[in-house]
Ligand binder design. Structure first.
Ligand code: ZN
Length: 198
């Protein structure tokens, strides 16, 4: 980075902190910003400020939103009797793209991973349990099909079943270890259709 004057090196370093961006891409992006018009640069500044200041967690499902409640939780056409539990907001987008699901979601914010210090109290588990107030018929657990995803699914099923709520797990046609967000719409539709009860 010492090859560049400080303001440029600083911007390259900021881009390099983004996932999947190496030094060369970061330098290309930084020079891209240098060449931007003042109006585009202002829009870029405002967009970064906007995601940091205006994005909150939905007070119901913990998904990202820019108001108190997300669009799905606010939609009276959605079936509030079904909650599909996912790891992160990207999984919500993937399932929405399949157009097969009309219930609501709950975003855990990760999976149980003792090795990484992620215990259930670090996830949005109590927010999920608080939603099981009698109107919820089924909780579909759609954590990713890997060891941590399975551990989390088993943990949640043990917590939820005694409350008299049906708990199901997606029937993955995707290879074990593949992330839900990368599954195609048809695979996700089949996974939802073939979900099995715990
Ligand atoms: Zn919501």
């Amino acid at each position: 980075m010492s090859d560049y004057i400080y303001p440029v090196a600083r911007l390259i370093e900021s881009f390099r902190r983004l996932p999947g961006v190496g030094s060369k891409s970061a330098a290309r992006m930084a020079f891209g910003v240098l060449e931007m018009s003042e109006a585009d640069a202002e829009e870029f500044r405002a967009a970064i400020k906007g995601v940091k200041e205006d994005v909150h967690r939905c007070s119901v499902c913990c998904d990202l939103c820019d108001g108190d409640k997300c669009a799905i939780c606010s939609d009276p056409e959605r079936d509030g009797g079904m909650i599909c539990v996912v790891e992160d907001p990207r999984a919500v987008s993937a399932l929405e793209r399949s157009h097969e699901y009309n219930g609501t979601y709950h975003v855990l914010g990760g999976v149980i991973s003792p090795m990484n210090g992620i215990t259930p109290d670090k996830l949005n588990v109590k927010e999920l349990i608080a939603r099981l107030n009698g109107d919820v018929r089924e909780v579909i657990i759609a954590t990713n099909p890997n060891i941590e995803g399975e551990t989390t699914a088993v943990y949640l099923s043990k917590l939820i079943r005694p409350l008299g709520v049906k708990v199901t797990r997606l029937a993955y046609g995707v290879p074990v270890g593949a992330d839900l967000e990368f599954a195609d719409s048809e695979t996700l539709a089949r996974a939802l259709e073939g979900r099995r009860e715990f």
